[in-house]
Design a protein around this ligand. Structure first.
Ligand SMILES: [Zn+2]
Length: 233
């Protein structure tokens, strides 16, 4: 293989590796952002799991308030009943007191059920919170790992970029000028091999004159995509 072709291929290998690393690097902040979003969603979902316990606590509270109101009513009725002379009225008050006592008893039953519900809800929350903590730790670890990957990639790019000046120095000025223009496009290979008569970059069939020039190891470009061409050995 001609020396100039070998030298361009060496530079190209380095540049393609840099290109791939840059693409990977560019994806990292987006991936980190996605994970952060997931953390926020997990936190919000955990917050909603608290609701069941809070609702039970609030219902218990209102049961207690209602019970104490009913007890107060009973005390008042009992005070009044001691002063009533009329038998009918006395009966009515006693019946009212019985009715209130029954309501209190029902409220007490409801309260016991609510305490059970609260206990259940708290246990469920504790279980979910423990799993949540593990999940969050894992997600934070993923973010940190991506940060490490980003640093590694930057170091690799720096190392590869450092190799470029020496590689460029071996390439004739005109060839290098064309090469730099093609690599800057960010896609395809600046120097592509002709495979079965087709350009290795755009895959179209090269014209006979181009093929002939390439076979003669001359600086040749594809008539369609204008990338440089060479024939493999
Ligand atoms: Zn082409």
């Amino acid at each position: 293989m001609e020396q100039w072709i070998r030298n361009v291929l060496d530079l190209q290998e380095v540049d393609i590796r840099i290109r791939k690393l840059l693409i990977r690097l560019e994806m990292i902040p987006k991936e980190q952002k996605e994970i952060k979003k997931e953390i926020v969603e997990e936190e919000q979902s955990l917050e909603t799991k608290k609701t069941r316990s809070l609702q039970a606590a609030s219902s218990i509270k209102s049961c207690e308030v209602k019970t104490s109101q009913l007890k107060e009513q009973i005390v008042n009725l009992e005070k009044q009943s001691s002063m009533v002379k009329n038998n009918e009225q006395y009966k009515a008050m006693t019946s009212e007191i019985e009715h209130l006592k029954k309501q209190i008893s029902e409220l007490e039953t409801t309260e016991i059920e609510l305490f059970d519900e609260q206990e259940d809800a708290d246990a469920e929350y504790k279980d979910i919170a423990a799993k949540f903590a593990t999940r969050i730790d894992n997600l934070k670890e993923e973010i940190a790992e991506l940060g490490q990957l980003s640093d590694d990639i930057k170091a690799q790019i720096k190392d590869l970029s450092g190799q470029r000046p020496a590689l460029k120095a071996k390439i004739p000025a005109e060839t290098l000028r064309i090469y730099e223009r093609l690599i800057a496009k960010g896609e395809g290979l600046p120097l592509a091999m002709i495979v079965s008569g087709n350009c290795g970059n755009c895959h179209l069939k090269v014209i006979p004159q181009t093929l002939y020039n390439a076979q003669a190891k001359k600086l040749t470009t594809c008539d369609y995509c204008s990338h440089m061409l060479y024939v493999g050995e």
